[in-house]
Design a protein around this ligand. Structure first.
Ligand code: IMP
Length: 423
């Protein structure tokens, strides 16, 4: 499989968790390099549902090593809880299969409060964040006032730094009219989590470099999606990390020339959670998918906005990430439709656009231009090979890959491991 970066090529929730789990069979190491517990990867194995927020999905397979890299912002209390939850389901989580970077920044309660307060103060212009404190935590990292895992593991140092940070943040929270945080309470909760996480914390860069030298295969599991990238997404309606392929290198310390391949994951249609422009959004499609019980977020339970496949954005995602191969998920969601639309271009006044404009106001003014494809109107969830799929479904998948400019290698027709077609 070689060293592969897996990225979401839309607005997140592309079904990456399932594809990562499927590919993990061949990888030796699975690395998470950005984001925090704003992500939610759902994996179903032998009928048991696992929702992973921070721990790489590789944890569900024996003899795989999972790494939470330096680029992640990590809520230690939430990670400790996630580890407990996995152990309750009889999943082994030890230092043998999980390592956490000592340079990963930690998410503190004031980050969550600030996230919430900033959203409230924006009113109808809110971003629609997951309220997990992601933006403020990355903000502190960039402002060079963040606390890292290495600080957390030194109780005296942590106490001093935390007291100072809480003092400063309480003043800001007070301005929002929020009750100040009790430093002692936060300290006790975080130091307890620190002791649970201590065995896992190390210099993960050294571990990964050794693995590269030994030619062990690494899978970098992306969280969120291309258009939530802080630099390339639909700013400010984005998350606060680099969700595109480059983020995997900076967030893990593995250099770019050690990467062999980028795999993009897209849904057979498009979804988005939270606010922000979404040119191909379609209410009828949303109603249909929600009516099927699909497209509710695994982290917040929010109903996702749904729309037709947008080849303008996936074409651009292809460029930004250098997508070599494409995995298309949720094909079965479209099984009942007589006609399926694909957006091939945007119309902006008299201009026909091949890639989305960077400016948000211009993007809002774009009208999607569609082609129509005939549906297949029969179930696909039992297909085991590409040829088992109805002809119109095959034509549709090939069209999506052609428009995105990547080679189609995986199609997914349901949430289970077995419902994955390798081309
Ligand atoms: P934040 O990452 O919580 O700050 O949220 C910023 C934006 O990213 C919001 O629109 C969220 O809905 C979106 N977002 C964050 N994480 C995910 C994810 O894992 N899937 C889909 N959308 C996400």
């Amino acid at each position: 499989m070689a060293n592969t970066i897996l990225v979401g090529a839309q607005w997140g929730d592309e079904g990456k968790g399932k594809i990562i789990d499927f590919l993990t069979e061949r990888a030796d190491i699975v690395v998470r390099s950005q984001g925090g517990n704003n992500a939610g990867h759902t994996v179903i194995v032998d009928g048991v549902k696992y929702v992973l927020h921070l721990i790489p999905s590789g944890i569900l397979r024996r003899s795989k090593k999972c790494v939470i890299g330096n680029g992640v912002v990590l809520d230690p209390v939430a990670v400790a809880k996630e580890i407990h939850g996995l152990r309750e389901k009889k999943v082994k989580v030890t230092r043998d299969n999980l390592l956490i970077s000592d340079c990963a920044h930690i998410v503190l309660p004031y980050h969550r409060s600030l996230d919430e307060q900033r959203e409230l103060s924006k009113g109808k212009n809110k971003i629609g964040t997951t309220k997990r404190g992601i933006g403020p935590a990355y903000g502190d990292k960039i402002a060079r006032v963040g606390l890292r895992m290495s600080d957390l593991l030194q109780p005296e140092l942590f106490r001093t730094k935390l007291a100072q940070r809480i003092k400063e943040n309480n003043a800001t929270l007070k301005a929002f009219g929020v009750k100040p945080l009790n430093a002692k309470k936060v300290e006790a909760e975080y130091l307890a989590a620190a002791e649970e996480l201590r065995p896992f914390v190390t210099n993960t860069v050294v571990f990964l470099h050794k693995a590269v030298a030994e030619k062990r295969e690494i899978l970098f599991e992306g969280a969120q999606g291309t258009f939530l990238d802080i630099d390339h997404g639909t700013y400010p309606y984005v998350t606060s990390s680099n969700t595109t392929a480059g983020g995997a290198c900076t967030g893990s310390g593995v250099p770019p020339h050690r990467i062999d391949k980028v795999l993009g994951v897209v849904k057979a249609y498009t979804t988005r959670v939270g606010e922000g422009p979404f040119p191909t959004e379609n209410q009828d499609l949303s109603d249909m998918l929600h009516g099927m019980g699909r497209e509710f977020g695994s982290t917040t339970g929010r109903a996702r906005r749904c729309g037709w496949f947008d080849a303008v954005s996936t074409r651009y995602a292809g460029m930004l990430n250098g997508i070599d191969e494409l995995a298309i998920t949720n094909l079965d969601g479209l099984d009942s439709l007589p006609v399926i639309k694909i957006c091939t271009h945007y119309q902006l006044g008299r201009k026909k656009l091949e890639v989305p404009p960077g400016d948000l106001d211009l993007l809002k003014k774009c009208t999607p231009v569609y082609i129509e494809m005939p549906g297949w109107q029969q179930p696909t969830h039992e297909a085991k090979t590409f040829n088992d799929l109805p002809k119109n479904a095959r034509v549709y998948l090939k069209k999506l890959a052609e428009l995105t400019g990547a080679k189609l290698t995986i199609a997914s027709v349901g949430p289970n491991r077995e419902q994955t077609i390798l081309l």
